[in-house]
Design a protein around this ligand. Structure first.
Ligand code: AMP
Ligand code: ZN
Length: 115
């Protein structure tokens, strides 16, 4: 049986799609963790970053460029791009996806990395 994000990319399940082309779909996260929270999802089913193979170079690049373009269109001056990898990394849906998170007021970013 197809996974939930395969169903969304094939329009077998409803979602709030904001962008689509031949290889990726971007839709609103159903349980947003930021004022703007979108998921950038390849149409190809790849389980996670840990399952990437050499032929996935192009799609990974595409996910990042798509996130950048959507962030610009939505007027986000700063944002986070996050891949959760595996259960211990917080991944719940086993279909690769890039989280685009942003829209906080400039001095209220809740989670600034100081490393
Ligand atoms: P992750 O924890 O990295 O696997 O993220 C999965 C994300 O998918 C979570 O932020 C969920 O809120 C989101 N999500 C789960 N089901 C749906 C859905 N049907 N439509 C949109 N987002 C979803
Ligand atoms: Zn899938």
């Amino acid at each position: 049986m197809a996974c939930i994000f395969c169903k969304i990319t094939k329009k077998e399940m409803p979602s709030s799609i904001i962008y689509e082309d031949n290889s990726v779909v971007v839709f609103k996260d159903i349980n947003p963790k930021a004022p703007v929270h979108h998921l950038v999802v390849p149409k190809e089913h790849i389980q996670s970053i840990a399952h990437l193979e050499a032929n996935h170079n192009e799609i990974i690049s595409k996910l990042i460029y798509t996130a950048k373009d959507i962030a610009k269109k939505e007027g986000l001056s700063g944002y986070k791009l996050v891949f959760n990898v595996g259960r211990e990394g917080g991944q719940v849906i086993d279909h690769l996806h890039l989280h685009l998170l942003g829209g906080w007021p400039s001095k209220e970013n809740p989670d600034t990395c100081t490393a």
